[in-house]
Ligand binder design. Structure first.
Ligand code: NAD
Ligand code: ZN
Length: 337
């Protein structure tokens, strides 16, 4: 299947042969490479193919790892006619995308995403970057890939916990953008309908990005659950929940706030709850210090003294709220204390 809403093709299905007239530098990580690098290399037809393996994990999405990728690109003497190819999860695709954005002022790159999160979210939309001591994704560039190859069979080796965390990002999109997809997720267990579930999720993200690449309005909806989720991840020093798990808790906090503000009715909230539970995305979480947590919420988006929340208004709709008084947020958070 082909999604061509954006300026680049997104293929969904068994990995097709990949042909290039220039050189290719494949970048993967230390967990994915032993599993799939050989398989991928066999499908690439190019004059020369190089590979570079980075250490797996979010902590390595940094400048030192980036320099390693650039070093390999120089050693391979890549020119603007050549490209990089990311094989891995969102860490690999964000980092490789950024390396290709700045190498010789930009060369092409392609993505073969191997986590559910990367297949339905990180590989689509052209955001690339790395983390630094000040926070996540603070150094980066918009640099869309030239092509994305989504092969769900790569997910067979993905740890179950990582898989579930990816589902949170699918539910996120259903709630903010698409009632039909929400209903579909209720009646079509992803365990049996994985490829179509991924394809629908990709189509939604592609449509949103096509209308609002630079996140002026519509793309904000993708941040549902993320203001709270990022604060949870920060509070746990990025060593507790996986990102998708934190987002699942964050969506429930956002829902509680939306109900409190009269934006969402309790029936819709219960439906979202039920879907999260269906995919085992209910987690126990306690906010250790509500005041400190509130400060983290404010930090999530720069240059505002009040946190901004993407809140659902119904299933298939959302609003950006920028002026919630602190005491209302605090009141909502008491349910998690
Ligand atoms: P990840 O890349 O760290 O992958 C998670 C783990 O799974 C890693 O240990 C990886 O080695 C392993 N793995 C990957 N594929 C596997 C497979 N097929 N079988 C077995 N193990 C496998 O994390 P992720 O969840 O894919 O992505 C998270 C990153 O994506 C974050 O850095 C986040 O900022 C970024 N992201 C970017 C965007 C965007 O728009 N650019 C959107 C969402 C998230
Ligand atoms: Zn996310």
């Amino acid at each position: 299947m082909l999604v061509n809403t954006l300026n680049y093709p997104i293929y969904i299905g068994a990995l097709p042969p990949i042909s290039h007239t220039g050189k290719v530098l494949v970048v993967s990580d230390s967990i994915v490479a032993p599993l799939y690098l050989d398989k991928l290399l066999k499908t690439i037809n190019a004059p020369q193919v190089f590979s570079h393996v980075i250490r797996a994990g979010e902590v390595h999405k940094n400048q030192a790892t980036l320099e390693g990728v650039l070093e390999s690109a120089f050693e391979a003497n890549l020119s603007r006619a050549d490209c990089m190819l990311a094989l891995g999860g969102g860490v690999v695709s964000d980092l490789t995308g950024f390396a290709s954005a700045i190498y010789k002022r930009g060369i092409g790159f392609e993505i073969v995403p191997t986590t559910l999160l990367a297949q339905v979210d990180a590989s689509i939309g052209g955001k690339t970057g790395i983390n630094n001591a000040y926070g996540k994704n603070l150094i980066g560039a918009f640099h869309p890939p030239k092509a994305v190859y989504i092969d769900p069979s790569f997910l067979q080796t993905l740890p179950k916990r990582e898989f579930k965390a990816g589902i949170a990002e699918m539910i996120k999109k259903a709630v903010c953008f698409d009632l039909d997809y929400f209903e579909w997720l209720k009646t079509h267990p992803l365990e049996q309908h994985l490829e179509s579930g991924i394809a629908k999720s990709v189509a939604i993200k592609a449509q949103v990005v096509a209308q609002d690449e630079k996140e002026a309005h519509l793309r904000m909806g993708l941040n549902y659950g993320h203001t709270f989720g990022h604060a949870i991840e920060k509070e746990q020093n990025y060593q507790g929940f996986l990102h998708g798990e934190a987002v699942a808790v964050g969506m429930q906090m956002a829902n509680a706030l939306a109900v409190k503000l009269g934006l969402l009715d309790t029936h819709a909230r219960a439906q979202i709850d039920t879907l999260l539970e269906r995919y085992d995305l209910h987690f126990d979480y306690q906010v250790p210090d509500i005041e400190a947590f509130y400060q983290d919420l404010c930090m999530d988006k720069k240059n505002v003294d009040r946190p901004r929340f993407v809140l659902p208004t119904k299933i298939g709709g959302f609003q950006l709220i920028e002026d919630t008084p602190q005491d209302i947020v605090t009141e909502v958070l008491k349910a998690w204390s």
